[in-house]
Design a protein around this ligand. Sequence first.
Ligand code: ZN
Length: 292
Amino acid sequence: MLLGRLGPGLGVFGTFLLPGALHAAMAAASPAASAVHGQDMGIAAAKRQPPHAARGAKPPPRLVMLDPGHGGKDPGAIGVSGTYEKHVALATAEELKRQLEATGHYKVMLTRGRDVFVPLEERVARAQAQRAALFVSMHADALSDHSVRGASVYTLAATASDAQTAALAQRENSADRFGGPQQRNMPPEVANILASLVRKETRAGSARLARGMVGSLDESLPMLPNPERHAGFVVLKAADIPSVLVEMGFMSNPRDEQALRQASHRAKVALAMRRAVDAYFAAAGPLATMAG
Ligand code: ZN
């Protein structure tokens, strides 16, 4: 549903490149187009650019790819009262998309806009095909110890920061087992090799985003101890897109699960994440955009 309305808006700009006559014919055929472009019509119309495309104008919005974990036949973690991680992940990603777009600074896409299974490789491929400036994977974990709660943020690394994170990466990487025999689970050593292929500046960007996410989430949510961690997450392997995975809490903890079921809590989580994205781009400077 969402993916359908997320296509690139090139059609609008395409009309400015048409020869004058065709432009005029199109404008005549479309009252809306005529109203918008009316003053551009004439001999020089095809060469003129709309004012907002002029040099030095506001840069184009940055493309942020949000990745709601799991979906379709893969429910992800199942909460103590039966809530599915896949639903919490999608609902929070949709809220974050709404908040990011409301700033006017970003274009936001989701790797899945509905309850469907998408293999991990495909999620990365979608971000790369769209030349996303950032990739944020959204999850909510589960552990057999129901007392553990709090948010945490992960980046890709060849070696896991701790045994708990190594196990988490294994759980998240095993999502592809739902894809049938053609979607084989990737062994950890392969994920580790992938980590070595990520460009140095991408790693630095991921680390900066992860730090910002932790700082921002910490202001409004309970956090795991040492909430900034790393391991061989397949979904974070894009060589050229700074990528983080956020575990927004634990479905296995009754308080975290109840909170994540509430739209007001998800809005709070999304706000913290939006602030981290804002800070990331503010530090990158006004010219670091999705273009180039
Ligand atoms: Zn997950």
